[in-house]
Design a protein around this ligand. Structure first.
Ligand SMILES: [Fe+2]
Length: 225
């Protein structure tokens, strides 16, 4: 999974022996949105996307950079950092911000202004193998994500040879569970509250019907081990 959230590459003329662990050095960057902030409206309003991206996601990236500045952790790729910090109480703050930085970059790519509708045939057949009849995946995802308690994420993952629906709490993600993420939906209230208030299920139905990026799931499935 080649996410844009990544280490800033050193300058071509940088001295490789002089690793920069100085506080304030930019280690991780906020990836650009793959579309304009208004592009998901009316399913997700421009205001929600803008606040979500410029306040919440940027906040996680900025906090992560502050936490790892001056440590060897600042040199790790983001996915490696997430895996390294998972399950370690002394690193939970770094894990939370690193995983949220990764999750949000993956989330925006899981949506598309031209998304939704029925999955393409190649993905539909895989979904039916794992979940049953034509729209069983969508129904099961909406049910799991609606009943998920509190903040977190809903995922379509590849687990071994099967596809599975998973929800995770807070910043947790499938990378730490040996699964390959294919799609995700943000279940934190900041993702939908301005537009849908407490109606999470309505938000999920709209996303699945009109904005979910099936092509991104197919791309991730094609690259999955
Ligand atoms: Fe979020």
């Amino acid at each position: 999974m080649n996410l844009k959230t990544s280490k800033v590459a050193p300058a071509a003329d940088a001295d490789p022996s002089a690793a920069d662990h100085t506080a304030g050095a930019a280690a991780f960057e906020l990836p650009k949105l793959p579309y304009a902030t208004a592009a998901l409206a009316p399913v997700i309003s421009e205001r929600t996307v803008s606040i979500h991206y410029t306040k919440h996601q940027k906040g996680y990236v900025d906090k992560l950079n502050a936490l790892v500045a001056g440590t060897p952790l600042a040199d790790l790729p983001l996915e490696t950092l997430v895996a390294k910090c998972a399950g370690k109480p002394e690193l939970v703050q770094i894990f939370n911000n690193a995983a949220q930085a990764w999750n949000h970059a993956f989330y925006w790519q899981s949506l598309s202004p031209a998304g939704g509708g029925s999955p393409p045939a190649s993905l539909q057949s895989r979904l039916q193998e794992s979940f049953g009849e034509s729209d069983a995946f969508e129904k099961q995802l909406i049910a799991s994500a609606t009943k998920h308690f509190g903040s977190g994420w809903a995922w379509l993952v590849k687990d071994g040879t099967h596809l599975r629906i998973l929800t995770t709490a807070n910043a947790e993600n499938p990378l730490t569970k040996g699964m390959t993420p294919l799609l995700t939906i943000d279940l934190w209230e900041h993702a939908y509250y301005l537009d849908y208030q407490n109606r999470r299920e309505d938000h999920l139905k709209e996303l699945l019907a009109k904005r979910i990026n099936w092509a991104f799931a197919i791309d991730n499935l094609d690259k999955a081990p």
